[in-house]
Design a protein around this ligand. Structure first.
Ligand SMILES: Cc1cc2nc3c(=O)[nH]c(=O)nc-3n(C[C@H](O)[C@H](O)[C@H](O)COP(=O)(O)OP(=O)(O)OC[C@H]3O[C@@H](n4cnc5c(N)ncnc54)[C@H](O)[C@@H]3O)c2cc1C
Length: 512
C-alpha cells in the first residue's frame, strides 16, 4: 500500500476505496497531488524562471541545439508535428511525465477534427481510427425542483469520443519519423536564459542530472502549472478555474451509448461553508462498454472555496450513483482529472501575457480557450493552422521578440466574450439562492430551444456570432429578469465594464 494512498484512508474513504482498486492508483494520486499544488502556488511569492543571459554560468555545457523546444508533451505534439513535418524544423519536446500520455479523454465533433487532415497532419483514415465512438446527439439539462427542466438536445456537438493517447501516439510517431527531432520523458523544466538571438533551457531528469539546450524559441506548453505563465502574469495566470474529476468505467445501469450528456445537474448548489459550488456532471460514452463521467464546478481563482481535486474526487465517488448508478459488473478503468483554466480579459483585446522574447505559450499555459465549453483541445485544433504558419513566418523573418511572438496566439474575441458567461455559473454563497445557477441556465435552455439549432451548436462549439449572443441574452433577460440583478452581483461595475469591452472588441474585430 502506498504512503500517499494510506494518507487518505481516514480523510477520504470513498476515494481511498476506489483508488486502491484502480491500476496505477498511486501514480494517479501523485499526479493529482501535483496538480493540487497549484492552489498553494497561488499563495506563494512568484518563482522566477526567466533569467537574462548574464546569469547563465560561463562553464555551462549545451547538449543540443534546436529551432523549437517544447516544454510539456500533450497539445505540444500537434504543433511540433506540423513544425517538424511540414516546415522541416528541428524540434525537441520534453515532459516531466511521459509525453503523449494524457490524464483525460477528449470530445469534439468530427467536422472540427477534419481540420487536422486539411492541415496534412493526419489522414482522414487516421482521424477515424482515433474516434472510438460517435453519438447520435447530445443534451444539456439543469435541475429543477419540480422535475420540469428543459432538456436541450443538439446534433454534431462534442459528439465524437477521441482516444486521446492513441491520437497523441500517432502524432508522436510522425514527429519521431522526422530526422533530428527528439522527445524526452522524465525531464522537468527548471528555468531559461534569454539571449539576443536564442534562449537556453535548463532541465533536470529524474536522477537529478541537469541538461541545457539552446533553441530559437521555447514553446511553453506546460499547462495550468506553467511557471513561465505564472511569472509573465505576475502570479495571477487565471481569473477563474474549473476543477474537474471523473472516471472511465463500465457497468453502469441505464446508460444510453448513443447520446452525450454535455452538461447535467442533479441538485441545487452545495452550500456547505468553504464549498459554495454548483456541481455539474458530464457523461460521454467511450469505446465498447466504457463510459466517461465527469464532475466539476466553476469558481473564481481567489474564492475561499476548497478547490482541491482530491476533495472533489471524494465527492465524486460519494455521489456518483445519484447521476449514474454503478451496476453489478461495475469496473473502474482509470481516473480522469485536471484543472481547466479560464482568463477573463479586462480590455478590448487580449490582456493576458502569452509571450516574451524567444518564448511563446500555447494550450492551457496560454489559457485562451473557453472554460464554458471545456474545449482546450478544440481550441488548439481550430487555431493550429495559423499557430504553426505564423510561427514559421516569425522564424524565417527572425522576428522572435515578445512584440512579434505575442501576436501568434489562439485568442478569439468571441471566446473571450463568452468566457464572461462562465461568471454566472460560479455559485456565490453570499448572494445566490441555492438553485440560482440551475434556474438561470434552465431559462437559457428554453431560449435556445426556441431558436434554430445552429444557435445552440454555435454556443457549444465556440462559434457564436455577436448578433446571435445579443439575441440570446436579450431573450434570457426577457424571460428571467433576475439576471439583471445577478449581473450586478456577479460582475459588478468592473466586471460589467470588462464584459462590455470584450463585446466591443469582438464587434470591432469583425469589421477589421
Ligand atoms: C477532465 C478534462 C476533460 C477535458 N475534456 C476535453 C474535451 O472533451 N474536449 C476538449 O477540447 N478539451 C477538453 N479538455 C481540455 C484539454 O484537455 C486541455 O485543454 C489540454 O489537455 C491542454 O493541453 P496542454 O498540453 O496545454 O496542457 P496539459 O494537458 O496540462 O499538459 C501539460 C504537460 O506539461 C507537463 N509539465 C507540467 N509542468 C512541467 C515542467 N515543469 N516540466 C516539464 N513538463 C511539465 C505535464 O506533465 C503535462 O504532460 C479537458 C480537460 C480536462 C481536465
Amino acid at each position: 500500500m502506498s504512503l500517499l494512498l494510506e494518507s487518505i484512508r481516514q480523510s477520504k474513504p470513498h476515494l481511498y476505496r476506489a483508488f486502491s482498486l484502480v491500476e496505477h492508483g498511486e501514480q494517479h494520486l501523485q499526479r493529482i497531488s501535483e496538480l493540487d499544488k497549484y492552489w498553494e502556488q497561488l499563495k506563494q511569492p512568484v518563482q522566477r524562471v526567466i533569467f537574462p543571459s548574464s546569469d547563465l554560468p560561463a562553464d555551462t555545457v549545451i547538449s543540443g541545439e534546436y529551432d523549437l523546444v517544447y516544454a510539456g508533451g500533450t497539445l505540444s505534439l500537434l504543433h511540433a508535428a506540423v513544425m517538424a513535418g511540414k516546415y522541416g524544423r528541428k524540434v525537441m519536446i520534453f515532459d516531466r511525465q511521459r509525453p503523449a500520455k494524457s490524464t483525460r479523454d477528449w470530445n469534439i465533433s468530427r467536422y472540427e477534427l477534419l481540420r487536422l487532415s486539411a492541415l496534412g497532419l493526419l489522414t482522414e483514415a487516421e482521424i477515424d481510427s482515433v474516434i472510438v465512438r460517435q453519438y447520435k446527439n447530445g443534451w444539456v439539462e439543469f435541475y429543477q425542483h419540480d422535475g420540469r427542466q428543459k432538456r436541450l438536445v443538439m446534433d454534431n456537438v462534442l459528439d465524437c469520443a477521441v482516444d486521446t493517447d492513441k491520437l497523441l501516439g500517432l502524432v508522436q510517431e510522425k514527429i519521431e519519423a522526422v530526422p533530428g527531432s527528439e522527445i524526452l520523458a522524465g525531464y522537468t523544466f527548471l528555468r531559461c536564459y534569454q539571449f539576443d538571438d536564442h534562449i537556453v533551457v535548463k532541465m533536470v531528469d529524474r536522477q537529478g542530472r541537469l541538461l541545457y539546450c539552446k533553441t530559437r524559441v521555447l514553446v511553453d506548453v506546460m499547462g495550468i502549472l506553467s511557471p513561465v505563465a505564472m511569472q509573465l502574469n505576475h502570479g495571477r495566470p487565471h481569473t477563474h478555474l474549473c476543477p474537474t474529476v471523473g472516471t472511465v468505467a463500465s457497468g453502469f445501469e441505464d446508460v444510453d451509448f448513443d447520446t452525450g450528456e454535455i452538461l447535467a445537474t442533479t441538485r441545487p448548489a452545495d452550500i456547505t461553508p468553504g464549498k459554495g459550488r454548483q456541481l455539474i456532471w458530464e457523461g460521454f460514452p467511450a469505446e465498447g462498454t466504457k463510459y466517461i463521467t465527469y464532475l466539476f464546478f466553476y469558481d473564481e481563482a481567489d474564492s475561499l472555496n476548497d478547490k482541491s481535486l482530491l476533495s472533489l474526487f471524494e465527492t465524486y465517488f460519494e455521489t456518483l450513483s445519484e447521476y449514474k448508478k454503478p451496476g453489478k459488473n461495475f469496473v473502474l478503468h482509470r481516473p480522469v482529472y485536471g484543472i481547466i483554466p479560464a482568463y477573463c480579459h479586462d480590455g478590448f483585446v487580449r490582456t493576458r501575457e502569452v509571450a516574451d522574447d524567444h518564448i511563446i505559450l500555447f494550450g492551457d499555459a496560454a489559457s485562451l480557450g473557453s472554460p464554458l465549453t471545456f474545449c482546450g483541445f478544440g481550441s488548439m485544433v481550430r487555431n493550429l493552422h495559423h499557430l504553426t504558419a505564423d510561427l514559421e513566418t516569425a522564424l524565417c523573418d527572425n522576428k522572435l521578440t515578445k512584440q512579434h511572438l505575442e501576436k501568434i496566439n489562439a485568442y478569439e474575441p468571441n471566446v473571450a466574450s463568452m468566457a464572461n458567461l462562465m461568471k454566472y455559473m460560479c455559485f456565490n454563497n453570499s448572494t445566490d439562492e441555492p438553485n440560482f445557477v440551475n434556474d438561470l441556465m434552465n431559462e437559457v435552455m428554453h431560449v435556445l430551444d426556441d431558436l434554430p439549432q445552429r444557435y445552440r451548436q454555435a454556443m457549444f462549439r465556440d462559434e457564436m456570432k455577436i448578433e446571435e449572443l445579443a439575441l440570446v441574452m436579450l431573450r434570457v433577460a426577457w424571460r428571467y429578469p433576475k439576471v439583471v440583478t445577478a449581473t450586478w452581483e456577479k460582475l459588478g461595475v468592473q466586471g460589467s465594464l470588462g464584459f462590455f469591452k470584450n463585446l466591443a472588441g469582438w464587434a470591432l474585430s469583425s469589421v477589421r
